[in-house]
Write a protein that binds this ligand. Structure first.
Ligand code: ADP
Ligand code: ZN
Length: 722
């Protein structure tokens, strides 16, 4: 008698396959195994034997043997249920979801040790300010080069230099070495009454060990982090694991620092910068339940924590929680589902919650906890609009007179200003004055954006770059190229021209590309070495600069262009967030919004400081259009390198659309970026009522069709924007 096992291999193209379990091998559902597939050996996970009843069964004699059992904790049942739910809901191959869980297992061979570094006690022969700072801040800590660089506020190169100079030494750490455990009693804050009441609710929910979704709706600077830290402390005391999801890796660094101050040690961070061995160490600690607190981007959500007691999704309204390729999932929504399956509270924290989230509160499904005022009594900043039609900037400039005056006043008081424009680079379009030629990306339907700091034109969609041209490639005319429209670099030039004495920082992903750069930026603003910050959405969140009292929004209408479903909501959120950087200390803040539409509902609501009003109007608009959260959308995106093939498959899919009550199919039409990375894209949009099972309909519909292997058909359920 032989026993069989149904295995899902980490190969997206395949469904589950059955294998024979050799004698003496102890395999159970969840076991991570290695199994043959053709000539290859592939990692997979054993599922319940009766899962996926549609799998074609093969006679015992034709089964191949499982060849190995991986030395790792099995994938818990709850996680397997989460994987199934995600694959089902988002119409994704189950193997693709499973790959996110086994993030580090695809490479089984490899080092069993991680190299960390620590001070030797010796001084380097040559001391520099940077070296001194790094050595002082790192002290006796031990960690990866990147971590030490972060703690030291220097670049990786400085730490490497210290290693070469003998001041730091390498230490080999087994990937099974435990991480230090955060101490819930290390440095608890004194909470305000409102904060304490909020924290007490979270603590009770963690202790209750039951599903409880919360919206922590607190204005910027209200202390949301301090409050959810108390929930984390409660989970640590219960010896349960906590996951904190952040929207961006750039926000991780200030978070780690704050966490360490509160809990005495940094949490485990999970991000794309980890090397294979580091990733495996973190993964093992997570899977064994030993990792107490993990902070990461959305990909940390599918890891196999056996013992989660809390998930916090910070800045929960952020679009980056929605994954737009591979498995098209929304981490905020999957986090709530994980809480439901595994029975623990989930806290969605935001100063500007998504309409969908507020709607869940209205329906009584999520409990709302409000922190309506800033900690320490700081006032919310006053918001004024600047009408660009009646009060325009000078020709070729973008800062209008009222904002110029406000910056003057702020400079005179020795306070700091922040100018916000959500556009990287110098100019979004370059054209030839002589013949009208425009620089377009060869791979995408997009203009090449000029980056003057790096002297290049770049496509922001595929990364294609060319050196800044000196003459027109079409008419060969020299000195005929002009930059059209502003990016942050151009605004910074304008600031330099207007305030030659000002010390300026440009904040974009181009300038703050490493933790050390972020630390350097934060330090110089805190030290008062910066007068004016010019930045993209990267500056809108997280930072706390008490001397920053003026925020100017260069173009509030930018987000409203295109007019997609979320245009107003996104604009509202972005401006509230950036406005939230003003006046966080003792001094009151002011915000100026430049717009051509001062009467627009969004702008009016912002000026009135009335988010309730904005929420009501926007919700009503959505209700009338039967848009989310009332109706639902799904998109089918067909892409191919062959333009005709993409168009033809899209038409074929559209022609076979089922006629179902409550579901309408629009398109196909060229997708918003009709060519992306060399692939031609067509899109069908499906609008459905909540009552119908749109996933089932799409599954059945596409299940009957086929197309050439070079063509990709992706489904995006609940697309973020379209
Ligand atoms: P939010 O995340 O809501 O914008 P933060 O948690 O970042 O707010 O808090 C804003 C600032 O106020 C931070 O510098 C934080 O350290 C401080 N703060 C908030 N609550 C407290 C408290 N109870 N005790 C001391 N400082 C606090
Ligand atoms: Zn491109």
């Amino acid at each position: 008698m032989s026993s069989r096992a149904r295995v899902i291999l980490l190969n997206a193209a395949l469904g589950p396959l059955d294998y024979r379990v050799p004698h003496g091998m102890a395999v159970q559902p969840g076991s991570i195994v290695v199994a043959p597939l053709g000539p290859r050996q592939i990692v997979g996970v054993v599922w319940e034997e009766d899962a996926f009843p549609d799998v074609e069964t093969v006679g015992d004699n034709r089964l191949r043997n499982i060849v190995g059992l991986v030395d790792a904790p099995p994938v818990p049942e709850t996680v397997r249920r989460l994987i199934e739910w995600t694959a089902d809901y988002y119409l994704a191959p189950i193997a693709a979801v499973l790959r996110m869980t086994l993030a580090s297992m695809s490479a089984l061979e490899g080092a069993r040790t991680v190299i960390e570094y620590r001070a030797t006690g010796d001084l380097p022969d040559r001391m520099t300010d940077q070296r001194e700072q790094a050595m002082e801040r790192v002290g006796e800590r031990q960690g990866l080069i990147r971590e030490l660089a972060l703690i030291g506020g220097v670049s990786d190169a400085v730490i490497r230099g210290l290693v070469k100079a003998g001041a730091f030494e390498a230490v080999e750490v087994s990937i099974d070495t435990p991480y230090p455990v955060p101490d819930p009693d290390h440095a608890p804050p004194v909470l305000s009454n409102k904060q304490a009441a909020a924290a007490a609710q979270f603590v009770r929910a963690v202790q209750a060990r039951d599903f409880a979704p919360f919206l922590l709706d607190g204005v910027t600077g209200s202390g949301k982090t301090e409050v959810y830290f108390e929930a984390i402390a409660a989970a640590i005391r219960q010896r349960r694991q906590t996951l904190v999801l952040l929207p961006e890796i750039a926000l991780t660094e200030p978070f780690l620092e704050r966490f360490e101050k509160r809990f005495g040690t940094a949490p485990i961070s999970w991000h794309s910068g980890l090397r294979q061995s580091e990733r495996r160490r973190a993964w093992r600690a997570i899977a064994s339940g030993e990792a107490s607190v993990v902070v990461g981007a959305r990909s940390a959500l599918f890891l196999p924590y056996p013992n989660l007691g809390l998930i916090v999704v910070d800045e929960a309204h952020e679009a980056s929680f929605k994954q737009e390729d591979g498995v098209h999932y929304h981490a905020r929504d999957v986090a709530v589902m994980r809480g439901l399956i595994e029975k623990f509270p989930v806290i969605l924290a935001s100063a500007t919650p998504a309409i969908e989230t507020r709607h869940q509160v209205e329906l009584g499904r999520y409990q709302e906890i409000k922190l309506p005022s800033r900690f320490g009594g700081a006032e919310m900043p006053g918001i004024e609009s600047v009408n660009l039609l009646t009060d325009p900037p000078e020709r070729g400039r973008w800062i209008a007179p009222p904002l110029v005056k406000a910056i003057d006043e702020t400079m005179e008081k020795g306070e700091q200003s922040l100018l916000f424009l959500n556009r990287r680079g110098y100019a979004p379009l370059t054209l030839c004055r002589h013949c009208g030629y425009r620089f377009q990306c060869p791979n995408c339907t997009a203009w090449m954006v000029e980056h003057r700091l790096t002297k290049r034109l770049a496509c922001h969609h595929c990364g294609h770059v060319i050196p800044s041209p000196r003459f027109c490639p079409d008419c060969k005319e020299e000195d005929s190229l002009v930059a059209c429209g502003p990016g942050v670099e151009r605004i910074a030039d304008e600031v330099k021209a207007l305030w030659p004495q000002a010390r300026i920082a440009i904040v974009t992903s181009d300038t703050l590309w490493s933790p050390a750069k972020v630390a350097e930026f934060v330090k110089s603003v805190e030290a008062g070495a910066i007068d004016i910050i010019v930045g993209t959405q990267l500056v809108t969140k997280g930072y706390h600069f008490p001397n920053l009292t003026l925020v100017g929004v260069i173009d509030a209408d930018l987000g409203l262009e295109g007019g997609d479903l979320r245009a107003s909501e996104r604009t509202f959120q972005q401006i509230v967030q950036v406005a939230g950087r003003a006046g966080r200390g003792q001094k009151p803040g002011r915000v100026f919004i430049q717009t051509r539409m001062p009467e627009a509902e969004v702008i009016q609501a912002l000026m009135a400081g009335d988010s309730e009003r904005f929420y009501k109007v926007e919700t009503e608009n959505r209700r009338r259009a039967n848009a989310p959260p009332f109706g639902r959308f799904a998109a089918i995106i067909v892409s191919s390198e062959d333009a005709d093939e993409a168009a033809q498959v899209a038409r074929m899919i559209s022609k076979s659309a089922p006629q179902i009550d409550g579901m309408r199919v629009y398109g196909p039409a060229p997708a918003p970026l009709s060519v992306l990375r060399g692939r031609h894209r067509h899109r069908l949009l499906i609008h459905a009522t909540r009552a119908m099972d749109v996933q089932a309909a799409i599954r059945e519909w596409l299940g009957k069709l086929s197309w050439k292997s070079g063509t990709r058909v992706a489904v995006d359920v609940d697309p973020y924007s379209f």
